[in-house]
Design a binder for this molecule. Structure first.
Ligand code: HEC
Ligand code: HEC
Length: 313
């Protein structure tokens, strides 16, 4: 009886120190090493809210007319291809303007409205662009009517053409892929890498990618990192709050605030997980089974040990 008591005491001591190390020291070290940033729920409350009710038909006319969005952006779902190929676009702007087919579901509405009126402030890039170094997206200053009404119309148009649902890959492509490569997914800033029959064609394509990346590097100040395995390098909370507001973690970074909704952020995270940690879903569903196995195994081991020792004494 005495012996069992002693064993339990030892077990308690081991449990105590394990918990102390894991719950206390690990948590503390993590806190010291990583700045904690709270999410603002993707509401972008620093930006003014839309006050007018938008008219999608009036918006459509502005997008292809006075506001000239389609002078730089494609809207593939409406049969409006990008006005320039990637090489020409990157040479003109430093980066390809993203396709806007999904803009109405990807971006939070107030964000989109503010972006149209003032890209630099909305993207939080005042430290990078000013009147001497202009941002490549021109601000829309109105078509002669009430500016707020016109902007609300444009936003209403994008919402009216947006798909009901968006896949994780599509969300990533439209929001991030113009800047980031994902080699594990065979995707670069130019899109999905085609398969080539001849090596010389594959090499020629790679040269195009490298040329794009060179120009992008000049525009951003550095080449945005490959995101293939970022999901294992960075915590979920870091990534989601970084996407919501890069400046909150990296003051002075040239990555723009992207302005995604909470749902679009989820989609992007799913795509990053799919690339960097494809086994995660299996692991999650396996986790409780493994724990159950260990509990049963421990009980059996204990009983077995009891029976072995009882014969020896
Ligand atoms: C002169 C070219 C030009 C015009 C006109 C233009 N854009 Fe852009 N836009 C760009 C470029 C270039 C980028 C990419 C900038 C970057 O990522 O650094 C961009 C980025 C965007 C983004 C992505 C921003 C984000 O949060 O990541 C959206 C959305 C957008 N534009 C919408 C519009 C809309 C709507 C209009 C019309 C009202 C418009 N743009 C007009 C060039 C333009
Ligand atoms: C206009 C270009 C651009 C777009 C669009 C963009 N990024 Fe970035 N991103 C950058 C640059 C540049 C850096 C490097 C930042 C630095 O070190 O200052 C970066 C860095 C990052 C990092 C690394 C942060 C770290 O310190 O580990 C992550 C993660 C990231 N981006 C995710 C995203 C995601 C997800 C999207 C789409 C929702 C996205 N980015 C869209 C340009 C961009």
């Amino acid at each position: 009886m005495n012996k069992i008591n002693k064993e339990i005491q030892i077990l308690l001591v081991v449990i105590f120190f394990s918990l102390l190390v894991y719950g206390g020291v690990e948590t503390y070290a993590h806190k010291v090493m990583h700045k904690h940033v709270d999410s603002k729920n993707y509401e972008y409350t620093d930006l003014p809210a839309i006050t007018k009710t938008g008219d999608p038909v009036a918006g459509a006319a502005l997008v292809t007319g006075a506001a000239a969005c389609t002078g730089c952006h494609g809207i593939k779902s409406q049969d409006m291809p990008a006005p320039m190929d990637a090489a020409t676009a990157v040479a003109s702007y430093g980066v390809t303007p993203p396709d806007l087919s999904t803009a109405g579901i990807l971006y939070e509405s107030n964000f989109l409205a503010a972006l149209i009126k003032d890209p630099v402030a909305t993207l939080k890039l005042e430290h990078k662009f000013d009147d001497t170094k202009m941002h490549p997206m021109t601000a829309f200053s109105g078509a002669g009517g009430d500016l707020d009404q016109e902007v609300a119309d444009i936003v209403a148009y994008f919402k009216s053409i947006a798909p009901q649902e968006i896949t994780p890959k599509q969300a990533y492509e439209d929001a991030c892929s113009r800047c980031h490569e994902m080699r594990y997914m065979k995707a670069t800033q130019l899109g999905d890498t085609p398969t080539f029959k001849f090596e010389k064609d594959a090499l020629a394509y790679r040269v195009k990618v490298l040329e794009y990346q060179d120009t992008l590097k000049g525009y951003m100040g550095k080449l945005p990192p490959d995101l293939s395995t970022i999901i294992v390098a960075r915590s979920n909370s870091f990534l989601t709050t970084f996407i919501e507001d890069p400046q909150s973690h990296l003051k002075g970074t040239s990555m723009p605030r992207v302005g995604l909704t909470a749902d679009a952020t989820d989609k992007v995270m799913t795509h990053l997980t799919h690339s960097g940690d494809p086994a995660k879903e299996i692991r999650n569903s396996l986790g409780w089974k493994v724990i159950l196995f260990f509990i049963i195994f421990s009980v059996l081991a204990y009983l077995w040990k009891q029976s072995v020792w009882s014969k020896l004494h």
